[in-house]
Design a protein around this ligand. Structure first.
Ligand SMILES: Cc1cc2nc3c(=O)[nH]c(=O)nc-3n(C[C@H](O)[C@H](O)[C@H](O)COP(=O)(O)OP(=O)(O)OC[C@H]3O[C@@H](n4cnc5c(N)ncnc54)[C@H](O)[C@@H]3O)c2cc1C
Length: 438
């Protein structure tokens, strides 16, 4: 190469001001992006990465090949000791940083999801689904939910108990229907609540509940007897309740460390003070929880893609083809560049979603759809570069692909989230008068 043409050499010819304005430093993108964050989030991002690398990464492959070999509760307690499972509220209720929470409610969970899931999306999901289970307690705006129940659950965790939470909306007859307006209006609701003296009696089944097996606490949505999803009410259940039992845990394709479990309710008595938010307020709480949680799913996908990229890049340096490292081939460089571009776009998308003071439907769904589709593409690009090695479990690439596929399904399939984008902007942009008619 002609000397003086690389960005670093060319920059050296400029005067001080020119050099100051021309950033050609060799700094990796993780560091560069971290430096754009307010200091409190910089610290958080480094803390999450340290925990992910030290505690989650070493268990990743084992947790995938044999999920029963790892103890999710033990990992949860390790995270809890670092203050990572009580972050949705500041002191004295939890361990969330008040300045960070005031600046952005979403950015912390987004940074956490990327780091945890770059190490292992299965363990990541188990740790993050707890925040999802807690979310209705503060999103409801119900002071009792925050000051009585969050205080109690976070208190247990801070005292060293694995008081894991889960979020239960999905039913055997209602998956997408539990997540979008039109489906909900004709859903056959199976989980019912009947008013009795002093509270409610719940019957029915929930399925595919992340952490359903290990959770102590469950925020669960049920319709009032004789009514549909418009009557959905949020209840806080705990496993000690008579009539609440754990059914089948699914054998899953990806994110295998987190259980997806059926919950069976047979005449479960739920006292009145376990109603979260208003009676019939559950549909609104559920939709808003999804607004908060879908960008986090985008960040889960981002983490999976970044993990796959990093492992693939390392492989391309180590692996030799015709006595040259794979990374020295132009075709390989172009593919790696394309993966990195996608990852940068994903990060931009989820960080943008976190910039809105209050999360909203369009931003959350858009981030979820874009990132989960991109993660699937990036993992497949990594598989393509590594070919037979990508197919081997030991490199973690086929695991990443399987993990990524799930992000296109949960928290509403990507079709449902595309509908949510239209609905979110219905009156502002799309103006489709018969959107709700079939
Ligand atoms: C591993 C895992 C973990 C999960 N964790 C949880 C959890 O913690 N809590 C919880 O409550 N749920 C959880 N879920 C449930 C998850 O959110 C649902 O699986 C998801 O919403 C899809 O529902 P479904 O599988 O019933 O698909 P269905 O609703 O049966 O959809 C089938 C197909 O039809 C499409 N479709 C449906 N309606 C429309 C429409 N109106 N327009 C266009 N296309 C449509 C869908 O996109 C999909 O392709 C989990 C699921 C999995 C797999």
């Amino acid at each position: 190469m002609v000397k003086g043409l690389s960005p670093q050499e060319a920059r050296a010819r400029l005067n001080l001001i020119g050099r100051f304005l021309y950033d050609a430093r060799a700094i990796d993108l993780w560091e560069r992006d971290t430096k754009t964050l307010p200091w409190i989030f910089r610290r958080l991002r480094r803390k999450y990465r340290k925990f992910a690398q030290e505690t989650i990464a070493p268990l990743a492959l084992k947790s995938d090949s044999d999920p029963h070999q790892i103890d999710v509760k033990e990992i949860f307690l390790k995270a809890a000791r670092e203050g990572l499972e009580t972050e949705l509220m500041p002191y004295p209720i939890g361990t969330g940083n008040p300045i960070a929470l005031a600046k952005s409610f979403l950015l912390g969970p987004i940074l956490k999801a990327e780091e945890f899931c770059a190490a292992c999306a299965g363990i990541g999901l188990a740790l993050l689904a707890h925040d999802l289970g807690i979310a209705p307690l503060f999103i409801s705006g119900d002071p009792k939910a925050t000051f009585k129940w969050m205080r109690r659950i976070y208190g247990e965790i801070l005292n060293g108990e694995p008081a894991i939470a889960a979020f239960a909306i999905t039913e055997p007859e209602a998956g997408s229907d539990a997540e979008e307006t039109l489906g909900a209006s004709r859903a056959r609701v199976g989980c019912k609540a009947q008013r009795v003296k002093g509270g409610w009696v719940l019957n029915g089944r929930k399925v595919f509940i992340s952490n359903g097996r290990v959770a102590k606490w469950i925020t669960l949505f049920a319709a009032l007897e004789g009514e549909g999803m418009e009557s959905w009410t949020c209840f806080l259940l705990d496993k000690s309740m008579k009539g609440l039992s754990v059914g089948r845990s699914e054998r899953k394709m990806g994110q295998r460390a987190a259980d997806a479990t059926e919950l069976v309710l047979e005449d479960v008595f739920v006292p009145e003070d376990r109603v979260i938010g208003p009676v019939r307020g559950g549909w609104a709480i559920n939709r808003n929880v999804l607004n908060y949680s879908r960008p986090v799913v985008g960040a889960i996908a981002l983490g999976i893609a970044r993990g796959a990229f990093e492992r693939c890049l390392e492989f391309c340096h180590k692996h030799r083809l015709n006595d040259r490292p794979l990374v020295s081939y132009r075709y390989v460089q172009l593919e790696l560049a394309d993966m990195l571009i996608k990852i940068q776009a994903m990060r931009a998308m989820v960080w943008q979603a976190a910039r809105y003071k209050i999360p909203f439907q369009t931003a959350g769904s858009a981030a979820k759809v874009f990132c989960s589709d991109m993660a699937w593409e990036v993992c497949n690009q990594a598989m393509k570069l590594m070919e037979e090695n990508g197919f081997l479990h030991c490199h973690g690439i086929e695991k990443a692909a399987r993990d990524a596929r799930l992000t296109q399904i949960y928290e509403g399939t990507n079709q449902i989230n595309r509908l949510a984008v239209v609905e979110g902007q219905l009156n502002a942009e799309f103006n489709i008068p018969d959107f709700y008619e079939d």
